[in-house]
Design a protein around this ligand. Sequence first.
Ligand code: AMP
Ligand code: ZN
Length: 497
Amino acid sequence: MTFRLFNTLSGQLDELAPADGAELRMYACGPTVYDYGHIGNFRTFLQVDVLRRFLHLRGIKVRHVMNITDVDDKIIRNAAAAGLSIGEYTPRFEQAFLDDLDSLRVERPEILSKATEHIPQMVTLIERLAAVDAAYKTEDGSWYFRLAAFPEYGKLSKKDLEGITDGARVDVDEYEKDSARDFALWKASKPGETSWETAIGTGRPGWHLECSAMAMKYLGESFDLHAGGEDLMFPHHENEIAQSESVTHKPLARHWMHVRFLLVDGRKMSKSENNFYTLRDLLLKGYKASAIRLALISVPYRHQLNFTFEGLTEATNAIDRLRTFVARLNQANLAEGTTEALQAAAHKAETDYLAALGNDLNTAEARAPIFDMVRTVNSVLDRLATDAGSIRAGDRASVLAVLDKFDAVFAVIADHDAAPTKAALDWAEEQGLLEKVAPELLVRQGLSDEEIDGLIAERNVARKQRNFRRSDEIRDELAAKGVIIEDSKDGVRWKRK
Ligand code: AMP
Ligand code: ZN
């Protein structure tokens, strides 16, 4: 069965397969490391992860490149405010980004490339653009792309752009409206700003230039797929196309994938709306990374996703159901052989699941047959005592194999959830966020299971010695740390509040 994915460039579903038949070469725009990533950013990175995991499941090798933007206006501004150089400022946020990807089980791209490590490639690209008169230098020493040199400008976003006025320029990375303007390739250095001395002058690269230069370095002049959030379609991706295709006369990428923006409670996520969440915010509230992953991928990438806490709770329950089911199935005592009904159920679930993903990565439709299968098998397990032959060991293997294929893409059943580390809690304290942290996490931080068992053992000894003062003291200490103990005739049981 073919895999069809919507292609922004052609405006239709196109088959996605490696042009060279061997390896799918893809580029996905990465983060600007000036702050912690928010869950909107992670919706995009997660959907690209779903794509790459599905390609792997289909047996396709992937060469995936992601840039790390470690120089831009915001980085320069924030670093200056912190009294640091950009080289001192960005590593912390780059590491935080990678840690967040790990928590969310986003597979690392084959190549992560930093802008500041590719200045020579960018300078060469400007020189090539200048040679065909598509780049020009201004009086202050900056370089601009000449839009009039690229008549196809706008072919990706299909925006009705205002007429191109030769020489009308923008020197910021953000366009204020849908107007076509010559854009900065290289910014002349301003006093005190980070800059590089190069053959085209002293300055720093523009954001759009980075992606063109690095994509072509690692993937060649023309590759299979380019991805990013929907906001990047214009102007960023139009500009990448213009910069690359003006010198290569080949399509930069054949296929373009854009992920729809995440909304929060129906509104745009923003710090001023107070609905702005980073991954760490949610982990510290006690939500599991697996639930955040499932909530962010369960709505197909071209549909609007409205993030809510009810959605997170739904995802948490769905994962519990799957994990409980796997444990139950593994423990069931089954006779050898298979049954026709469950073989058919497993086969249908797998077929429908793969077909839904192959149809423009429809994750919502892909989930449904898996949960249907779980429901069917659960009800058979309920009857096991009275109807022993209704599920057999071969059925178990088939059902688990389907769940493995589900988890190869969804990656939520295998439990990699970790409680926030001491470092994360220290960080929250340092940021003044401790009051946002879920109380049970703070308590858990206070006493480990072993420590609780140790205190209870000590209390048992105290009671045997009729040292009730000590035994009450221990009970109070445990209570203060959120641990309740119950004395029963089988001994002492405890639970966390
Ligand atoms: P940035 O670090 O701002 O360059 O963004 C990194 C990636 O996240 C880009 O692909 C953006 O398009 C994407 N992105 C930013 N905000 C959102 C959002 N609210 N929903 C989905 N993707 C987003
Ligand atoms: Zn980019």
